[in-house]
Write a protein that binds this ligand. Structure first.
Ligand SMILES: Nc1ncnc2c1ncn2[C@@H]1O[C@H](COP(=O)(O)O)[C@@H](OP(=O)(O)O)[C@H]1O
Ligand SMILES: [Mg+2]
Ligand SMILES: [Mg+2]
Ligand SMILES: [Mg+2]
Length: 352
């Protein structure tokens, strides 16, 4: 008997791999008018739209009944003013979908030579990410480019996909085209895919889907521990993290990195702990920004909670609900970190 979610994992890896090739090739050719500013002032590029079109199209062929919670929608591309950008996105998506079959690929997923899609099929694929989420049944989350700001800076970003079943993440795949394969050996180059299936462990693969290596979070000491945090101070409070660091007697400076590449680094032992603290009232964390990272860290032997020590709730809709931040770390570190976070929070409250 095959293992649970074997096909889902295979499809997810195939989709993320194609989207990674697309985004890394688009970066070199990106021109000024290929980036839009969304209503919340965040950037979105032709790479984000095209990658979501590719992943959603593959999911639709492989699992036609599964709803999708995706970050992007095609509304701007359906406007006459979006035509130029739309044409570019359609061309990029079709190029990625029709590339030769690779390791583990299956043409019944709508990929391979000759499998071009029409404009409306691809715009519909993007818009199929409009599911509202919820606590019952299967659903996929797509973050076609997580860390768009890092992507635009030529730094870290991640193509992120997860399968959630009855509020629980069962499969997570994170593709990181710019992440060193092994930070101790820069000559090995960049580009990794992280995968996790509930109960089956976490792994790192090459970008072509070869050489799976099992991942386990190593034990840490205050000397070896450092934080993994957002580059963007607007996404996670740097000063709060510094205070938590001081309370834990951590001496190493934090590693600042965009996207869920941080969860990948935590899972493979590049950093001690992930800490994300709300910077203001009102922002709700999105499920696609954490679902693949959560299962990856848990399957590598770690713990992921909010600042109350509660598990993240993926069954509330497109967001995680009220924002209590995120703490992710190895089993030996998490309890100490939670205690330090709560102490730092109490200090902040006492000041106001
Ligand atoms: N005020 C805010 N607080 C927390 N996260 C935010 C935020 N504004 C945007 N984000 C999210 O932060 C993600 C990047 O995470 P990180 O800070 O770890 O690099 C963004 O993903 P996208 O780049 O996919 O839009 C976006 O969803
Ligand atoms: Mg975004
Ligand atoms: Mg994101
Ligand atoms: Mg994104």
């Amino acid at each position: 008997m095959s293992q649970a979610y074997a096909t889902e994992e295979q499809v997810a890896v195939a989709a993320v791999r194609r989207a990674c090739h697309l985004t890394s090739s688009v970066f070199n050719k990106l021109v000024k008018n290929e980036t839009l500013t969304k209503d919340d002032k965040s950037p979105v590029t032709v790479g984000d739209f095209a990658a979501q079109a590719v992943i959603s199209s593959i999911l639709h062929h492989a699992f036609p009944g599964d709803p999708i919670v995706g970050e992007e929608d095609a509304a701007d591309l359906r406007e006459p003013s979006g035509k130029e950008m739309k044409d570019r996105i359609i061309a990029l998506a079709n190029e990625a979908l029709t590339a030769e079959l690779g390791l583990g690929d299956n043409e019944s997923w709508g990929i391979g030579p000759g499998q071009e899609k029409t404009d409306s099929e691809l715009l519909d694929a993007i818009d199929r990410g409009n599911h509202e989420g919820g606590s019952v049944g299967r659903m996929w989350t797509i973050d076609p480019i997580d860390g768009t700001k890092g992507f635009l800076r030529g730094e870290q970003y991640a193509v992120c996909l997860s399968l959630i079943v009855d509020s629980k993440v069962q499969v997570g795949v994170i593709g990181c085209p710019n992440l060193p394969v092994d930070p101790a050996h820069p000559e090995k180059g960049t580009g990794c895919i992280f995968t996790a299936v509930r109960g089956q462990g976490a792994q790192q693969w090459t970008l072509s889907g070869a050489n799976p290596t099992p991942l386990t979070i190593p034990k840490s000491t205050p000397e070896s521990l450092n934080f993994l945090e957002s580059v963007e101070a607007a996404h996670s409070s740097h000063s709060f993290n510094d205070r938590v660091s001081a309370l834990l007697n951590i001496t190493r400076p934090p590693t600042r990195m965009d996207s869920q590449a941080k969860y990948g680094c935590l899972a493979r032992g590049d950093g001690g702990a992930y800490l994300r603290t709300p910077t203001g009232v009102g922002y709700k964390e999105k499920i696609w920004d954490h679902a693949p990272g959560q299962i990856l860290v848990e399957e590598a032997g770690g713990i992921v909670t909010d600042s109350r020590g509660e598990p993240l709730n993926f069954g509330l809709g497109r967001t995680l609900g009220e924002n209590y931040g995120v703490i992710a770390a190895g089993k030996d570190v998490h309890a100490r970190m939670l205690e330090a976070v709560q102490k730092a929070l109490a200090e902040t409250k006492a000041k106001v």
